[in-house]
Ligand binder design. Structure first.
Ligand code: SF4
Ligand code: SF4
Length: 389
């Protein structure tokens, strides 16, 4: 049976390293000088042929792993979407007929946050901190300049290829770094407005900290678009804890921005919570706060797996039980509760070492940022002193 995937025919993902794939889940299949070169390469034609023949190319392993576990994958999700309008061209591996229509552009890692669970590849702010502080041993710098960017010729190729394909764009997905401070993002949105292509879908994963960029405002810009605008705000907790867990956050600004977004895009607003050891204790209050603001779509099934020393399963058993008791009102309401329950109830491996790493990591980062876990997450300080090796 065919394993057709719309992304493989119409998608382009550009990583800050300058590598190309069809989507962010696919591992690169070669090294290319430009988007067309990638799109029409023999490796991509071969991958499409494999999909048509029902094979599972190894570059798409992330999808196969999910599908084998009975879970939705990027492939099944996009194929089910309204964007999937099959044509005869989709039955040809080397077809040049379907144009690039779905863009995921991450041409740099510029970010105005350095979240504790993130790192130098995704965040320039993290990279800057590691470059300037040799005492941080848990993260490694990427290159010797703060921001990781695609090389200039590839950036020019990106803008030109986008212009050449502007008539066939269906969807743009913007994620981090932080898309709302990415110059290319604003260039392309302005280009779409000028070309009258405000009917395209816009999708975001954003930390929502900064809505203004060089005299333009994100919400004003999105209001010009008639296609679906879906904004997923990444936010794990509220108040001082939010400023601690996602360094760079100014809580009152973020809360105001979320409310401003809800005013115009209530139906398209999602909040995505990634629970780590720093934030899980406050999850019931975070959910309560989001409900009180009128956020209808809250995704809290993301529970951090890596780095392992920040995973919730290393918490003491009685603390994990207490969190589950406080989350009881959400029991069986959705996948979020079940995923958290799974992580809190699984038997942690290598727990002594991971707890020791957690203490050392927290001390390094607290010292670097002049923050204190004891103030931001007082419940952790009650037992973490016993976790040192
Ligand atoms: S099969 Fe999965 S990994 Fe491969 S291109 Fe499609 S969505 Fe991406
Ligand atoms: S906002 Fe996103 S990209 Fe930036 S540091 Fe946080 S998790 Fe990483």
């Amino acid at each position: 049976m065919s394993k057709f995937c719309l992304y493989a025919w119409e998608g382009i993902y550009i990583a800050p390293t300058g590598e190309y794939s069809s989507c962010c889940d696919m591992t690169p299949v070669g090294d290319y000088t430009g988007i067309r070169d990638f799109y029409t390469s023999k490796e991509m034609n071969q991958l499409r042929q494999q999909l048509l023949e029902g094979d599972e190319p190894s570059a798409c392993e992330r999808c196969w792993r999910k599908e084998r576990a009975g879970l939705p994958s990027s492939r099944t999700n996009i194929n089910k979407s309204k964007l999937n309008v099959p044509t005869a061209a989709h039955l040809q591996a080397a077809s040049a007929a379907p144009k690039i229509s779905m863009w995921d552009i991450r041409d740099n890692n510029l970010c105005n946050m350095a979240c504790r669970m993130c790192g130098t590849f995704c965040s320039s702010m993290w990279n800057q901190e590691v470059l300037s502080n040799p005492d941080i041993t848990f993260r490694h710098a990427i290159g010797d300049s703060t921001v990781l960017r695609i090389p200039d010729p590839k950036h020019k190729d990106l803008l030109k290829t986008f212009s050449d394909n502007i008539d066939t764009v269906k969807m743009l997905y913007w994620a981090g770094g932080e898309p709302l401070i990415n110059h290319t993002h604003w260039q392309i949105l302005n280009q779409l407005v000028e070309a009258g292509r405000t009917d395209v879908q816009l999708r975001y994963n954003t930390n929502m900290l900064k809505l203004d960029y060089r005299g333009q405002n994100a919400i004003d810009m999105w209001r010009k678009f008639t296609g679906h605008v879906g904004v997923t705000v990444s936010m794990d907790c509220t108040g001082d804890r939010a400023e601690y867990a996602r360094h760079g956050t100014r809580w009152t600004t973020l809360a105001d921005n979320i409310n401003h977004l809800l005013e115009y895009f209530r139906g398209g607003t999602h909040v995505s919570i990634t629970s780590s050891i720093y934030t899980i204790h406050a999850l019931p209050d975070t959910l309560k706060w989001l409900h009180s603001q009128g956020v209808e779509r809250i995704i809290y099934s993301n529970v951090l797996y890596t780095p392992e020393y920040l995973c919730v399963d290393i918490l003491p058993v009685e603390v994990k039980q207490d969190i589950l008791t406080r989350l009881a009102p959400y029991q069986n309401a959705d996948d979020g509760y079940n995923q958290i329950k799974y992580m809190l109830e699984r038997t942690p491996v290598d727990v002594e070492q991971r707890r020791a790493d957690f203490v050392e990591y927290t001390q390094q980062i607290d010292a670097s940022r002049d923050q204190s876990v004891h103030t931001a997450c007082p419940e952790l300080s009650e037992y973490m002193h016993t976790w040192r090796q």
